[in-house]
Design a protein around this ligand. Sequence first.
Ligand SMILES: Cc1cc2nc3c(=O)[nH]c(=O)nc-3n(C[C@H](O)[C@H](O)[C@H](O)COP(=O)(O)OP(=O)(O)OC[C@H]3O[C@@H](n4cnc5c(N)ncnc54)[C@H](O)[C@@H]3O)c2cc1C
Length: 477
Amino acid sequence: MTLARTTITTRDGATTTLIEEALEAFRQRLRGPLLAPEDAGFREATRLWNGMIERTPALVVQPTGTADVVAAVNFARDHGLLLSVKGGGHNIAGTALADGGLTIDMSRLRGVIVDPEERTAIAQGGCLLGDLDRETQLHGLATPAGFVSETGLAGLTLGGGFGYLTRRFGYTVDNLLEVEIVTADGEVRRANREENEDLFWAVRGGGGNFGVVTSFTFRLHEVGPTVYGGLVAWPFERADEVIETYRGLTADAPRELTAFLVMRRAPPAPFVPEEWHGRRICAMAVCYSGDLADTDDVTAPIRALGDPVFDLLGEKPFTQLQSFLDATQPKGKHYYWKTEFTAESSDDFLSTMRDLAAENPVRSGQMIVAHIGGALNEHDRDDGAVGNRDARFAYGAAGMWEPDDPDGERYREWVRDAWERFRRFSTGGNYINFQTADEGEERIEATYGDNYDRLVEIKRKYDPENVFRVNRNIRPE
Ligand SMILES: Cc1cc2nc3c(=O)[nH]c(=O)nc-3n(C[C@H](O)[C@H](O)[C@H](O)COP(=O)(O)OP(=O)(O)OC[C@H]3O[C@@H](n4cnc5c(N)ncnc54)[C@H](O)[C@@H]3O)c2cc1C
C-alpha cells in the first residue's frame, strides 16, 4: 500500500485518522501484506459469499503467521479500531468484514498437519473445509464439518458446526481438542480441557467473540476414503411419498446414514434432464459412511421409491461428496434464509415444509430439512457453549437471486413469512452460524439458552472492551 493518512472507523462508530508514521510502524511489524482499497488483492480479500452485504474495510491485514495476528490485534486495540476477522467469508450476515475498519483476513493461513497415528489434525485459522478434508482423507480420516467445501473452517467450528458426519460424531466442536488463540490483550493462549478451560468452553460455540483462532486441533475418525451418497430427486408431485420415506428413514437409520430433504426447482445443471429444468422436485442429499457391503440394505427405502428424475447416488470419494454441492452456492449472489432447529419429524412439520415448497416464489429457493440427530444429543447441555443438544433436525427456507433481481425484496419477505409459519416447530434454540444481519440480540440469547450468562462472564474476562464485536456479539456488559 502507499502510505497515506487513512480515515478509519473506531469501535464506537466514530472515525479517526491514522497518520503515515503510525501506519508505517504497523507495517514494519507485519510479514504479511497490509492492503488499502486501491491495492491489488484488496477486492479478493474482501469478497464475501453473500453479495447482499455491502461493507468495505479501510484496511486489510493478511497475516502469514500468529505474530502478524498479534500485531494486528494490538494495533486495533491500541487505536480503538473497529476490527473483524475473516475466515472463509461465508457468514450470511457478513460478519467477516469491519465496515470502514480493520479486517484480519486469514486466507494465507491454510496449512493442515495430520498425525495419522494419534488421529489428530492441526488446521490453521484460515482453512476452508476442503483443506482439512483433503489432508485428513489421505489417511482415510475425517472430522465432521459442513457440506460445502468452500466454507471457512474457523467460522463454522466456532459456531458449533454440523454436516454429514454429525450423526456419528457430534458437532464439529465435539471433536475439537485444542485451539491456539490470540485474545484481545494480544496474548497467544492455548486452550483445551485442562488449560484455559473456560476459554475452551466458550470457543466451542461462542463464535469469534473471544479472539482470533490461529489453529484448531481436531480428533479424527476413520471415514472413507470411499463412501456412498450424492443427490437423488423425484417429481414434486410425489412429495408425500418421499416425505413418508424420509420420516421412516430418519427414525430408523443407522448413524452412518445421513439424509437431507431438499424441496426446490430443479436447476439447469447438466445432470438434470432438460425437460425438468425449473420444475419442482423433492430431493435427498445422502451420505452413507458405514460398511459399503451394507449399502443396499441401508439405502433400500430410498431405492424403493423408484423412478427418480435424476439419481447421482453411488460410491465416491468422501472429498467429492463433501464438495458436490459447491456449485449450487456461487459467491456473490444475494442470499437470504431463515432457519431453526427442531426435535420432531411429525406429519404437521413435514407437510408444512412441503406446502411452503409448493408456493415458494423464489426460483432458486429451497426448503431444507437436515437430519443431524444422534451423537450430538448425547452430550450435556453445557458441554461447550454450543447448546442445542435437543436438536435432531436443522431446517429452514433459503433463497438465492441475482444482485439486480427486482424481486429481491419480495423474495426476502416471502422467506420471512415462511419462517413465521414454520417457527412453531422450533426447539426454541437456533444456530448462531445461520443468523442473518436482521436477527436481533434475542436470537443470540436463544441460541445459547442456559449457557448465555456464562458466555457473558467469559467475554468480560477475556475481552472486557469488546474488541471482537463484529460477529454475533456477546456483549461483556
Ligand atoms: C454455502 C454455505 C453452506 C454452509 N453449510 C454449513 C454446514 O453444512 N454446516 C454448518 O455448521 N454451517 C454451515 N454454514 C454456515 C457457516 O458455518 C457459517 O457461515 C460460518 O460463519 C462460515 O465460516 P467462515 O469462516 O466462512 O465465515 P466468515 O464470514 O469468514 O466469518 C464468520 C465469523 O467467524 C469469525 N471468524 C472467522 N475466522 C475466525 C478466526 N480464525 N478466529 C476467530 N474468529 C473467526 C469472525 O468473527 C466472523 O464473525 C454454511 C454457510 C454457507 C454460506
